[in-house]
Design a protein. Structure first.
Lengths: 839, 261
């Protein structure tokens, strides 16, 4: 095992200045990209779509305003204002037009938008009617699928309305050969093509689009070089003047020709990272193994004495700040689901090399220090742990955990590598995995993983079982029998499986429709130039150009369903104390707790309406009134008290009780196993994830009471974690329960949230115990773990006095966010999660 | 007799305990104690009988009779954490030494399963009883509360001669002995009282570590639930400054000292 004696490196004063400037104002929506995109599209209507995309990208990059902010060493901003965002009408736009008046004041992720911007965007939007990926996807979906989506069984809203993102490109290759090297590859491939080839038309068109996109990106970097020089000439402060001259020099060559120094590597990395997010609105564009591909440049410069540890750290810290400069506006319902302005740019340190040796190096530590220095939600910082991970690295990561940012997330190589191999990756590629977005593993530069493909609410399935496929008076599922027919637990469980399999087919229909729509309307030439084997195959990532193709929709609600199945099994079938019909009636009446007060009923109604709207469903006035009346009308009564108390008294998932934990494993299989039988249009397979992002709260608000005693409209359990407050036997019991799930089959990632009181990590012994807890969970083949280390009192105080806690970062789901930017209900959910370790 | 069938009386099992011996440990609390320390934070541990406690959540039965086999099965669930942290099982109480057959069987079973062992004990028993357990105990955490026997008796109901005699013998024969001192205001929280204990510890010859456990009143409510009166109502937790002073006093006797277990 390697030994590191690596002390923390001090933070440069520049970093706090950059941070302060970043957060000086509310994030703002800017119109430039949408205007330039539309101008270009109007003039290219007769061209193949891939060339239209390249020309639009080029028009944007040649004309979009550029800016170098005060004190920056790493430059390149997508917007004039810090933390601003551009918009992407080619994917969808109607929601933003409808939310113009509310986007600045909504509870989750508000954005300022000026009247001028509104007017400009309105003009642009006139062009896009019927032309978006979203429009096309809808037209591809079957009627049954649209019905299931209206009823919130699942929501593929993410890619339905936005770019896909969720990718890591081959940064190493770009740093080595520059974009010029990639363009040369495309040119060479083009030279090998001949007019009469069967795929000449599409291939040559694609390769030309790649070359044009690369030219645009290189030109963009040169615009920065020129701007820096111009600013240097005007600059009176000699220090800043020389910094600007250096920026100009670095920008003039790094992206085009590859990096000759660590500084150039940092700058080239950043241009690629931000330009990918200008080409498409997809989030979770993840830097991946930064400590690996940057290392050769770091080491060479350090050995030559060109950089010191301090100057290298400053550059890394600058990148960390820049990762928070990018932003994205989502529709109100999605903003609740992805709350916290998060772009999920996952960056991971440590782990193994593709040869299976330990990969930890000095930069692995410096990425930890950067996260400590910058203390912001981006990057979504992760660490890879395996049996050979140095203890010193584990402890450094634990020290970061102790800061309470919810970072890093810990990933287990011993599970993820074999899981990826089982999905067809070579062993070398699997060992070189990184994490995308929240928790999704892939091999960089070779994969289109379509992770995060939909939210699938496993609790809605049990409602379909209780109602023989009906939901709100409509047949949404299939007929699995009236309740008296389900006279054994096996039959009941089988009905759940059948409803599940049917909904999974509809989910696949929805995702495949969206997938094809992206290929037809928004192929991405710039991204595709950096993913193997698009150039060789002559087609974009969206058309199946990548080596590895997956679709990964995520299920959530396992803990509720495990507890629910256990309650039904015990109380109905084993002990025969209650009937299924009694359960059904109690659930319909919210166990007697029905009466929502006026404002809660309104909030619930709003959440439901907004969410349906985001899935493309508009409710009539009457339907809205019905939802509201239903939420409000139910009266409290104690007819269901006996059943409710009997459920409450049962043991629950999360307490290391074999019988329930194994039931949880079976419940998870009802989702993970049928899914992997399906294929996507890019020639890849489906693979399940078990994580919720933060959708367990808004989607819980659309779910009736469940047999585990979960009340109607309250949050569903997050990820594979036990239900909030139900794991009462301490952290090891909680871990042991979760570890009993099959994490290998959920190869799109599982998410296990734990909350610790700060005292639990106090002192060296606290760190050691924490590290041993993670190791012990991983030894039992858990896949992922993340932590909130902040006291309940602090969170409650932050709710009351948000002005004092502007920088309080918490772990939400597969990412961290500023606590005060989250909606009240999500804040409440985080406060409710069981706090471990009051010793 | 099969050690796994030996039965004993416990009142709680606590997982992920990180302050009672090395690493992550599971503590088994045995019921029954010979001392009646006024500050005891587990008053329900003292009587050897099964009792009921009237808590706000309803009546709770305190104490259950279990076999070594049942306990070991539960303990083994946390084996991955023991392995990674060097942790294991800790027997606490009450006083383990009042159920020596049960304790011995439990320790032997733990060893058979590769689990490290520790004991938290007053040391108040015949030495012959202790001696039989020592080969199976990796870490002996022994309380020494006061060097003055009268004061000891006033606050714990027993004098300290037997305890101090045993400490000397345990020090000679145990695999590892650590001395622990609950720091109780009005009882032993002066520098001179703590220094006396530290000197005694140093003179034991084989002990290099002493832990100071600051008084807390987390057990106060349980006295009410048991229908008993909590005598130390006016005490407050010693300040960090005070604890640090006492720590320095211990260190100046040539011992390693930590605050908290």
């Amino acid at each position: 095992m390697k030994h590191f004696n690596f002390k923390e490196i001090a933070k440069s004063p520049r970093i706090d200045m950059l941070k302060d400037a970043l957060f000086a104002k509310m994030p703002e929506i800017e119109a430039d990209r949408a205007i330039l995109l539309t101008e270009s599209y109007k003039s290219t209507e007769n061209l193949p779509v891939i060339e239209r995309r390249a020309k639009a990208f080029s028009h944007i990059l040649n004309n979009i305003p550029i800016t170098i902010r005060d004190n920056e060493l790493i430059v390149g901003s997508a917007t004039k204002a810090p933390r601003g965002c551009q918009t992407f009408p080619e994917f969808s736009y109607k929601w933003l037009e409808d939310e113009f008046e509310t986007v600045a004041t909504r509870s989750a992720d508000p954005f300022y938008i000026s009247d001028e911007t509104k007017a400009k965007l309105k003009e642009v939007y006139a062009y896009w009617g019927g032309k978006t990926t979203s429009d096309l996807a809808t037209s591809f979906m079957s009627k049954e699928t649209l019905t299931a989506m209206e009823h919130n069984i699942f929501t593929p809203g993410n890619y339905f309305y936005n770019g896909v993102g969720h990718v890591t490109v081959n940064y190493g290759e770009i740093l080595e050969s520059g974009l010029k090297g990639i363009a040369d590859k495309a040119k060479a491939e083009l030279a090998r093509c001949s007019f009469e080839d069967e795929d000449y038309i599409t291939k040559s068109s694609f390769l030309n689009a790649v070359i044009e996109s690369i030219d645009a990106a290189v030109n963009y970097s040169k615009r920065y070089s020129a701007l820096a020089k111009e600013m240097a000439l005007k600059e009176s402060d000699p220090t800043r003047k020389s910094e600007l001259m250096k920026i100009s020099e670095v920008c003039s060559t790094a992206l085009e020709n590859g990096a000759k120094s660590f500084y150039e590597a940092c700058q080239a990395f950043w241009f690629v990272q931000m330009l990918l997010q200008t080409e498409s609105s997809g989030h979770s564009i993840s830097p991946g193994r930064f400590d690996q591909y940057m290392y050769p440049y770091f080491k060479a410069d350090l050995d030559k004495g060109v950089i010191t540890l301090e100057s290298a750290q400053e550059l890394i810290d600058c990148i960390w700040v820049k990762l928070n400069d990018l932003n994205k506006v989502r529709d109100a319902a999605s903003a609740e689901g992805f709350a916290g302005y998060s772009l999920f740019q996952n960056l991971i340190a440590g782990g193994q090399t593709s040869e299976g040796l330990d990969a930890t190096n000095e930069l692995s530590f410096m990425t930890i220090y950067a996260t400590m220095h910058v203390a912001l939600p981006q990057p979504s910082f992760s660490v890879r742990i395996w049996n050979g991970t140095p203890h010193s690295f584990m402890i450094a990561a634990a020290k970061l955990t102790r800061m309470g940012l919810g970072l890093p997330a810990f990933y287990n190589d011993e599970v993820i590598i074999p899981a990826l191999v089982s999905r067809g990756l070579s062993l070398e590629d699997a060992r070189d995995y990184n994490i995308i977005g929240c928790v999704e593993p892939q091999k960089s530069g070779k994969t289109d993983g379509w992770h995060d493909a939909a939210f699938f609410n496993m609790c809605r399935i049990i409602e379909l079982v209780f109602n023989n496929g009906m939901d709100k008076g409509e047949l949404v599922g299939i007929r699995t029998g009236e309740l008296p027919e389900l006279d054994t637990f096996e039959k009941f469980f089988d009905a759940y499986k059948k409803q599940m399999e049917y909904q999974i087919k509809l989910l696949v229909n929805a995702d495949n429709a969206i997938d094809v729509a992206h290929a037809k309307r928004c192929p991405l030439p710039f991204l595709s130039s950096m993913i193997e084997d698009c150039i060789g195959r002559g087609k974009s990532v969206q058309e199946g150009g990548a080596i590895y193709n997956f679709t990964g929709p995520q299920g959530f609600g396992i803990a509720n369903m495990a507890d629910a199945m256990y309650a039904v099994k015990k109380l109905v079938y084993d002990e025969k104390r209650f009937t299924l019909c009694q359960f059904k009636e109690a659930m319909e009446n919210n166990f007697g707790f029905g009466a929502l007060n006026d404002s809660d009923a309104q909030a619930v109604t709003t959440a439901i309406v907004k969410h349906l709207y985001s899935s493309g469903v508009e409710l009539t006035e009457k339907q809205i009134a019905d939802v509201y009346m239903r939420a409000k009308s139910e009266k409290f009564d104690d007819r269901y008290k006996e059943l409710y108390e009997a459920i409450e008294a049962l043991p629950k998932y999360g307490n290391d009780i074999e019988e329930i934990d194994l039931l949880a494993r079976e419940v998870a299989y009802t989702y993970t196993k049928p899914l992997e039988k399906h294929k996507n249009p890019r020639g890849g397979m489906y693979q399940a994830g078990l994580y919720p992002v933060s959708a367990n709260v808004p989607l819980g608000a659309q779910t009736g009471a469940t047999p585990d005693g979960r009340l109607a409209f309250t949050p569903v359990a997050d990820g594979v974690s036990p239900c909030a407050g139900r794991d009462v036997n301490g952290p090891t019991a909680s871990c042991n329960s979760v570890a009993k799930l099959d994490h290998f089959i959920a190869s799109n990632g599982t998410l296990f949230n734990m909350k610790f009181h700060p005292t639990a990590l106090k002192g060296q012994s606290g760190l050691e115990s924490f590290a041993a807890l993670v190791r012990g969970y991983f030894d039992q083949k858990g896949s992922h773990m993340q932590f909130n280390v902040v006291s309940r009192d602090t969170l409650i105080d932050a709710q009351k006095h948000p002005e004092n806690y502007k920088s309080l970062v918490v772990r939400v789901a597969g990412y961290s966010a500023l606590f005060t930017t989250l909606s009240k209900s999500l804040q409440d959910d985080i406060i409710r999660r069981t706090e471990q370790g009051g010793f | 007799m099969d050690i796994y069938n030996v039965r004993g009386r416990i009142f709680d099992i606590q997982k992920f305990s990180v302050h009672d011996g090395p690493g992550i440990r599971t503590i088994v609390f045995l019921k029954g104690c010979a001392l009646r320390c006024k500050w005891c934070c587990n008053p329900e541990s003292q009587s050897a009988e099964i009792q009921t406690m009237n808590t706000p959540q309803g009546t709770k039965t305190i104490g259950r009779d279990v076999s070594v086999g049942e306990i070991i099965e539960d303990i083994l669930k946390d084996m991955p954490y023991f392995r990674r942290s060097g942790g294991g099982i800790t027997l606490s109480g009450g006083e383990t030494l009042l159920q020596p057959e049960f304790a011995k069987a439990l320790f032997m079973a733990a060893k058979e399963n590769g689990i490290t062992t520790a004991i938290e004990s007053t040391g108040f028993a015949k030495y012959e009883t202790i001696e039989k357990l020592l080969p199976y105990i990796d870490v002996y955490l022994m309380d020494i509360k006061h060097m003055n026997s009268q004061k000891h008796k006033l606050f714990t109901s027993q004098s300290n001669e037997l305890i101090l005699e045993n400490a000397k013998k345990i020090a000679k024969n145990a695999n590892r002995l650590i001395i622990r001192v609950p720091v109780i205001p009005t009882f032993n929280d002066t520098v001179s009282e703590i220094t006396d204990i530290a000197r005694f510890t140093k003179e034991l010859g084989t002990v290099d570590e002493l832990h100071l456990l600051p008084y807390h009143r987390l057990g106060e409510d349980k006295y009410t639930y048991l229908g008993r009166c909590y005598e130390l109502k006016d005490l407050t937790t010693p300040s960090d400054e005070k604890m640090n002073d006492l720590k320095s006093a211990v260190e100046s006797c040539g011992l390693k000292c930590q605050i908290g277990g």
